[in-house]
Design a protein around this ligand. Structure first.
Ligand code: ZN
Length: 410
């Protein structure tokens, strides 16, 4: 962390203490060795659990999962390299719950990195690019790491003060996602159960869910989507109403209904299905009945149609009964085709003394013999795309803008 950012954090912190009357003590004598005494990392849940001889809870329920090990572990390696180079790793905040019980308020990722390194869970690269585990390091380097003192603020305050503060801090470099913030603000039994179901990367359902939902379990993407669907886009409100619930039945049931509905209607999984607004589509269409085998044929047909530009739109297009071709962004005629059709059409109508718009020519008003300019006309599919018409010169007719619009989106 750069010095400037560091000072800003302290300033922000002091302002917050004054505002909240939070009690705080700066501790400068706690070493890496102290912190790592009794360190336990839970591989299954992806989180550091305890340290400081059991006195410290590293991941209270309002904390996010450990993410420093992702992106190839660059972040956790950087923490160790900073310690070896005497760079500050930033302030760490503990919440003093009772005399013998502390929780990490901010610094969980850094502490877990240190604990994981000291227990040989990952290696760093030495100056020759060789992998080096803590266990295999030279004695002086080991001692240097273990004796490094951390800068720790111990805070004491009410739950709401602590949470308010937690809301305002973002670890440098890895800001909290919206859902991580909401989890902190509305922490309680409901969030705990929700995370167990939706934020556990070992959950075997994640692979299935990933076909329809983008993002990662660790960063709360699935929990966020589940909440978004059941709350109809009103997550904060829903979390506050259910905060002290002892079950997540409604959340789970609704989520599974949406997933089952998607996989029931669309039997093939296509990459473009990921990240669509499935909650809204479910609300709008789940009461309609569909024949999955016919749907599958239709999906494949549209996938192989070179005129369909937006494959993401295929699913909503089919659900809606195949009327809204705008969703597919059907490929339009290019300028060369339009110009060439215009020239032929206009030459013919000039000899016949009728309008170069075939619809105007059939009418009885002044436009009957009007010759429109190229920029006053638009290209139209003679046979609509939805009836098998192609976007080729043979199927192109120029109409005046009014008639083209009137013919509409067929
Ligand atoms: Zn016309």
């Amino acid at each position: 962390m750069k010095g400037e950012q560091f000072n800003l954090l302290i300033l922000e912190f002091l302002l917050n203490i004054r505002k909240n009357n939070m009690e705080t003590k700066l501790k400068t004598n706690i070493t890496v060795k102290d912190i790592c005494d009794g360190f336990i990392y839970n591989e299954l849940e992806g989180k550091g659990l305890f340290g400081l001889s059991g006195k410290l809870t590293i991941q209270p329920e309002y904390q996010r999962n450990y993410i420093y090990a992702s992106d190839g572990g660059k972040r956790e390696m950087a923490v160790i390299e900073s310690i070896l180079k005497d760079y500050p790793i930033g302030l760490i905040y503990f919440n003093k719950v009772s005399e013998n019980n502390l929780e990490v308020l901010d610094g969980q990722q850094r502490i877990t990195s240190i604990g994981r390194f000291v227990t040989d869970k990952f290696a760093i690269k030495d100056e020759n690019g060789m992998e080096q585990y803590f266990g295999g390091m030279a004695k002086d380097k080991k001692i240097k790491i273990l004796e490094t003192k951390l800068l720790i603020y111990e805070c004491e305050g009410t739950e709401s003060e602590i949470k308010e503060w937690f809301k305002t801090i973002n670890i440098a470099g890895v800001p909290l996602s919206d859902q991580e913030l909401l989890n902190a603000v509305y922490s309680g039994p409901f969030v705990t159960l929700g995370k167990e179901e939706f934020s556990n990367s070992q959950n075997s359902n994640i692979q299935k869910w990933s076909a329809y939902i983008s993002g990662s379990a660790n960063r709360q993407a699935f929990l966020e989507r589940a909440l978004d669907w059941v709350s109809k886009d009103n997550i904060g409100d829903y979390m506050s109403r259910h905060r002290y619930d002892k079950d997540i039945n409604e959340l789970k049931t609704y989520f599974n209904s949406v997933i089952d509905w998607i996989s029931g209607v669309f039997t093939d999984v296509e990459s473009e299905m990921c990240g669509l607004k499935w909650g809204q589509l479910y609300e709008q269409y789940h009461k309609k009945s569909y024949d999955p085998s016919k749907i599958s044929i239709e999906v494949r047909k549209l996938y192989s149609d070179p005129y369909v530009k937006s494959r993401k739109g295929i699913f909503e297009y089919i659900l809606g009964g195949g009327n809204d071709t705008k969703l597919l962004e059907i490929r339009m005629f290019d300028d060369a085709t339009k110009k060439s059709v215009y020239t032929i059409q206009t030459a013919k109508s000039e000899t016949k003394k009728i309008s170069n718009c075939s619809h105007c020519a059939m009418g009885h008003d002044a436009n009957k013999s009007k010759i429109w300019k190229l920029d006053e006309m638009d290209a139209d599919h003679v046979t609509a795309w939805s009836k098998g018409g192609t976007t080729s010169i043979k199927n192109c007719e120029m109409l005046c803008k009014t008639h083209n619009r009137a013919k509409g989106n067929r």
